[in-house]
Design a protein around this ligand. Structure first.
Ligand code: UDX
Length: 471
C-alpha cells in the first residue's frame, strides 16, 4: 500500500481510524471496565462504537469522549432483567441479540466496502456474549473476548467440567473445606455458593458456552495485571492456546472519570460524602460497600450495622436499593442511628473511586467484587472481605491468603456483629493491620509500575492495539 493511501489503495486520502465494536454485558460491574477499555483504545488511535442492549443502555453522554453508542433490541421482559437468574438472563440475551448484532456488523462491513478505508477491524465482547462472538467470526471479523473478573476466575470457568467430574461441584456441606488440588489456594467453598441442582446445571451450561466462545475467539483480554496473577494468566495461555492480553486494572489505563462519565453510575452519586470525609482524620474512616448486585438478608444487614456501631470508628456505608434481598429500601433501628450519630454516614450510592482515593479512608469492608478489589488495590486501601457469592469467594481467598492485603470477616454458621467488629479491629487497630497496610503499600507501587509506560499492562495494551490495527 502506497504511503498516504488507504488499505484499498486509494491515494491522497487520509486513512480513517480503524473501528472497534465493543459489546459490554448489561451489568454495571461489566459496563464500567468495558467503557474504560473503550477510552483506552480511543486514546490509542482507534475509532470506538459501543454496542449495547436496549436493556440498561447507558446515557449517551456517559461514554468516553469520541466513542459512539448504538443500541440493539433485546426483546427481554423486564422481569427477567430484574431477576437474579443470571444464566437465564445471559442465555436470553445471546438468543435475542445474535441476529440484530449480526445485521449491525454486516451493515458496517457493507458500508466499509462502499466508503473505502477505516472500517471494522475487530469486535470486543464480554466473555458472556458467546453468540455475537460467533457471529463476528462467521462474518470474518476478528473477535476478542473481555473477562471483567480475575484470571483465577476464568481458570475456574475452564476447569468447571473437571471440577464437577471430580465431585467438588456442586458444593456440598461435607466437602466445603476440601482444598481444590488443581487450583491452590482455593477451597471448595471458594468455588460457588451452594446452588440447587437445576441452577447448577444451568450455570455449568452457561460456562460451557462461554469457554467454547473464548476458545474460538482471536484472543482474551483480562482486567488483571501480571504482578498479581501471572501464574493464572500463563496457565490460561497454555490451556487455550489463544492470545491473552492482561491489560488491567482498566480503570487506571483510561482517563479518570469526568462529570460526564459519572453519568454511567447505577444511581445518582451522593457527593456530599466527600465533604464529610474532608472533616475526618486521615486513615480513620471505614468505607463499606457491597457492590452492585450482592444482596444480604435483613438479619445480616443488622449484624453489619451493629458491628459497625460496636467498632467505635467513623464509617461511610453504601446501602443501595435491593442490598437487602427483595427490598428497595431499609430502615435501621433508631437506637442504632442514635449510637452512630456524627460518626456513621449512610448513603445510597458513592463516587467509589473518589472515596477510595480520599486520605480519610483507612479500610474498605467489601463484598470482594473484582472491580472493587482492583480499585482498592490501586488506591492502597486495605480490605476487610465479606464475599457474598460467585467470583467474590475466590477473590477474597487471594486477597487474604495470597496477596495478604486484607483480612476476612470470620463467619461460622452465620454472619455476626462480633465477627464484623473483630475483623475491623484486626485490620484497623492490631499488629496484623500494620503488616497488611505495609503489604498494600508495596502492592500499590507494583500496580503503578505495571500501568506506567513500559509496564506489563501498558505493553499488553499496546500489543492489543497493534493486533487490532493489523487485523
Ligand atoms: C460482580 C462481580 O462480583 C464482579 O467480580 C464482576 O467483575 C462484576 O459483577 P459487582 O457487584 O458489580 O460485581 O461489584 P464490583 O465488581 O466490585 O463492581 C462494582 C462497581 O460499582 C465498582 O466499579 C465500584 O466503584 C462501583 N460502585 C459501587 C460505585 O461507583 N458506587 C457505589 O456506591 C458502589
Amino acid at each position: 500500500m502506497a504511503p498516504g493511501s488507504d488499505r484499498n489503495g486509494h491515494e491522497g486520502r487520509r486513512p480513517r481510524r480503524r473501528r472497534v465494536l465493543l459489546l459490554p454485558l448489561p451489568y454495571h460491574g461489566h459496563i464500567n471496565p468495558m467503557l474504560r477499555l473503550a477510552a483506552a483504545l480511543h486514546d490509542r488511535g482507534l475509532a470506538v462504537t459501543v454496542v449495547h442492549t436496549e436493556t440498561r443502555a447507558p446515557d449517551r453522554r456517559s461514554l468516553p469522549a469520541g466513542c459512539e453508542l448504538v443500541t440493539v433490541p433485546d426483546g427481554l421482559p423486564p422481569e427477567l432483567a430484574a431477576s437474579d437468574d443470571i444464566p437465564s438472563f445471559v442465555f436470553a440475551l445471546n438468543r435475542n441479540c445474535a441476529a440484530p448484532f449480526r445485521d449491525l456488523l454486516a451493515g458496517a462491513l457493507r458500508q466499509e466496502e462502499e466508503e473505502d478505508g477505516g472500517g471494522v477491524a475487530c469486535v470486543v465482547a464480554d466473555v458472556d456474549w458467546f453468540a455475537p462472538l460467533a457471529a463476528a467470526r462467521e462474518l470474518g471479523v476478528p473477535a476478542l473476548a473481555l473477562m471483567t473478573s480475575s484470571a483465577a476466575r476464568f481458570r475456574v470457568y475452564l476447569a468447571y467440567p473437571r471440577l464437577c467430574e471430580k465431585g467438588y461441584l456442586p458444593v456440598q456441606e461435607s466437602n466445603m473445606d476440601m482444598p481444590v488440588d488443581e487450583h491452590p489456594p482455593l477451597l471448595v467453598r471458594d468455588l460457588q455458593v451452594m446452588m440447587d441442582t437445576s441452577r447448577h446445571v444451568a450455570y455449568a451450561s452457561l460456562l460451557a458456552h462461554i469457554v467454547a466462545g473464548v476458545r474460538q475467539s482471536s484472543g482474551l483480554i483480562l482486567n488483571t495485571f501480571n504482578a498479581i496473577e501471572r501464574t493464572d494468566v500463563e496457565q490460561i495461555r497454555r490451556d487455550t492456546a489463544i492470545r491473552v492480553f492482561p491489560v488491567g486494572p482498566l480503570h487506571m489505563l483510561s482517563p479518570p472519570a469526568t462529570a460526564a462519565t459519572q453519568k454511567s453510575s447505577l444511581l445518582p452519586e451522593d457527593r456530599s460524602c466527600l465533604e464529610w470525609l474532608n472533616t475526618q482524620l486521615p486513615g480513620s474512616v471505614l468505607f463499606v460497600s457491597f457492590g452492585t448486585l450482592a444482596s444480604i438478608d435483613a438479619d445480616e444487614l443488622l449484624e453489619v450495622a451493629w458491628g459497625l456501631a460496636a467498632s467505635n470508628r467513623p464509617f461511610l456505608w453504601v446501602v443501595r436499593p435491593r442490598l437487602v434481598r427483595g427490598r428497595d429500601s431499609v430502615e435501621l433501628p433508631s437506637e442504632l442511628l442514635e449510637e452512630t450519630r456524627g460518626r456513621g454516614r449512610i448513603i445510597r450510592w458513592a463516587p467509589q473511586e473518589e472515596v477510595l482515593s480520599h486520605p480519610a479512608i483507612g479500610a474498605f469492608l467489601t463484598h470482594s467484587g473484582w472491580n472493587s478489589t482492583l480499585e482498592s488495590i490501586s488506591r492502597t486501601v486495605p480490605m476487610i472481605c465479606k464475599p457474598c457469592g460467585g467470583d467474590q469467594l475466590g477473590t477474597a481467598r487471594y486477597v487474604c491468603d495470597v496477596w495478604k492485603v486484607g483480612v476476612r470477616v470470620e463467619v461460622e454458621d452465620k454472619l455476626t456483629r462480633g465477627g464484623i467488629q473483630a475483623a475491623i479491629e484486626r485490620l484497623m487497630d492490631g499488629i496484623e493491620g500494620g503488616v497488611v497496610r505495609d503489604r498494600m503499600r508495596e502492592m500499590g507501587d507494583v500496580v503503578s509500575k505495571c500501568t506506567m509506560k513500559g509496564g506489563s499492562s501498558d505493553l499488553a495494551l499496546q500489543d492489543l492495539v497493534d493486533f487490532i490495527k493489523s487485523s
